[in-house]
Design a protein around this ligand. Structure first.
Ligand SMILES: [Zn+2]
Length: 528
């Protein structure tokens, strides 16, 4: 039986269309899902939308819609962008699905019956826009909201609380004995020192200030607050039921998650609240929670004053989907935030996708057509420099796997593009056009082209998780489809005599200034 791999993104909040930063998380997770599939695993990739809460209720009123119509519209937008970006999820969950709502209500009731949740009274400073309470020690020096800076109001309301403190020691223990649970390492220290060591306070898990949520089944004037509602999606999506004697087959097969990928800003919810909810339910914890940094909007030359929000679908419309994926994946560092501007995306597109990858393919295939009638020549007269290229391919394959195992996607994709640069340099070093002029060098020319073609095939196999559309086009030159790493990454697998397909134009060159000007005109029109 295949080894399973279950991975999740955070669910996207449906108050607004997701900007490019939110899209990054789905693409990042997609790379890991595709990689694990190429390793031969049985992958379940979950993503979806978080659809309850006061902000959605308020946004819906502003847009003159019902909350339901609002979340239907935004969830469809989220899904369309994920689909456009080739995000290969297996399940897209929405927290307004009746099954999810039914199970969340059951989970709340079960935790109440167990004594983990109790009814109390909340007194504190309340921020309307964050829909959250803060203690005196949390508010800013001038008494404002520590999250958004808004005025706070004194509020007191009846509410349900989760006894977090009950699980504090167990969670500390778990984190200490499972060093890979919170990743990257630096984030773990943040959680332990800032939240666990000072001691956990009980968590308010219900609200009476709005109605757009899942009602507490035994006290319906309360709605279940985001923690239990949204976090539970990771198990309700698999058919978990707290009252079942035997859990569903899907749940038994895939839970616990191998990795849960989230933004660093919601780490506390996923490494403290979520594991405690699971402990209270008696369910195992995920193997790893990986927190990524954020991609921030940089300042574009074209929009100095406007700070336009960049959306993945618009950017893909100007270039193409793999240009978006390539930029996000290669520019997002492991720990720190990255930035994005239209200019930097276009410049990188020209430099790496057009010049490096695109040129290598078109030059090489054109030479094979010209010199060998479009067929793969034999490796007739290998030389030492060829062995260097082979070694570079093999090192690249090992490196990509090592980096992806550590969720270092930027470093992994850079390795592939370094290999492509190496292959372009090999063309300059071996000068096939000069070999072609000398009949006594034909055998050598065959070897050079064989090595180039095989390097291109090899790189395309490695690019499959990152740039699936482009990798597919390149592999089609060799008449092959999706290729698992195990069979695809052995140098020399390419058969001499194979008729090559057309390389076409993988990426068309773009005039940076002209395109920026067009984007400026159109975005000013549409975002007016
Ligand atoms: Zn606030």
């Amino acid at each position: 039986m295949k080894e399973k791999f279950y991975l999740t993104t955070a669910i996207a909040y449906t108050s607004k269309k997701p900007h490019i930063g939110n899209t990054y998380e789905a693409i990042f997770t997609d790379v890991i899902a595709r990689y694990q599939r190429l390793l031969g695993k049985d992958v379940f990739f979950l993503t979806g939308t978080d659809e309850h809460g006061i902000k959605i209720e308020q946004d819906a009123i502003k847009d003159g819609e019902t909350p339901k119509a609002h979340v239907d519209r935004v969830a469809a937008e989220v899904r369309a962008i994920w689909d456009l970006c080739d995000v290969s999820y297996d399940r897209f969950i929405r927290t307004t699905e009746p099954d999810h709502e039914r199970i969340v209500a059951k989970i709340f009731k079960k935790l109440y019956e167990k004594g983990d949740i109790y009814k109390g009274e909340y007194q504190g400073k309340y921020c309307k826009s964050c829909e959250d309470f803060f203690t005196e020690s949390q508010v800013t020096e001038d008494g404002k909201c520590p999250e958004c800076g808004a005025e706070l109001m004194d509020a007191c309301e009846e509410a349900y609380f989760f006894k977090m403190s009950r699980y504090q020691d167990r969670l500390m223990d778990y984190i200490e004995t499972h060093p890979d649970f919170i990743s990257p390492e630096a984030r773990k220290k943040e959680m332990v020192n800032n939240f666990l060591k000072p001691g956990l306070k009980d968590l308010c898990v219900s609200r009476t200030s709005f109605t757009w949520g899942i009602p507490v089944s035994f006290d319906p004037k309360h709605v279940i607050y985001v923690w239990i509602d949204a976090l539970s999606n990771y198990i309700t999506a698999l058919g978990y039921d707290p009252d079942a004697d035997v859990q569903s087959e899907t749940y038994r097969k895939y839970w616990p998650a191998n990795v849960q990928i989230i933004g660093k800003d919601i780490l506390r919810f996923h490494t403290i609240y979520w594991p405690i909810i699971l402990m209270a339910l008696g369910e195992p914890l995920p193997e790893k929670v990986f927190a990524h940094p954020w991609l921030l909007n940089g300042v574009d030359k074209m929009s100095k004053s406007r700070g336009n929000t960049i959306y993945a679908d618009e950017l893909a419309g100007w270039l193409n989907v793999d240009a978006v994926r390539y930029y996000l994946l290669s520019e997002m560092p492991y720990l720190n935030d990255g930035t994005i501007t239209y200019e930097s995306v276009i410049e990188k597109y020209n430099a790496e996708l057009v010049n490096n990858l695109g040129n290598l393919c078109s030059r090489t295939v054109a030479m094979a057509k010209k010199y060998f009638d479009g067929r793969v020549p034999e490796n007739a007269a290998p030389e030492a420099i060829d062995a260097e290229l082979v070694a570079a391919c093999e090192a690249c394959a090992r490196g990509v796997c090592e980096k992806l195992n550590e969720y270092r996607t930027a470093e992994a994709i850079d390795l592939v593009f370094d290999l492509l640069h190496r292959a372009n340099k090999y063309i300059d070093e071996t000068t096939p056009w000069a070999l072609a002029k000398d009949e006594s060098k034909t055998a050598r020319l065959k070897s050079v082209l064989y090595h180039l073609l095989e390097t291109i095939r090899f790189a395309a196999v490695l690019l499959q998780p990152f740039l699936p559309g482009t990798a597919k086009k390149v592999l089609e030159i060799f008449s092959i489809g999706k290729t698992p790493f195990e069979t695809g990454l052995s140098f020399g697998a390419l058969q001499a005599g194979l008729a090559l397909g057309d390389a076409g134009i993988l990426f068309a060159r773009v005039d940076v200034e002209k395109l920026l000007e067009r984007i400026r005109i159109v975005t000013e029109e549409t975002h007016k």
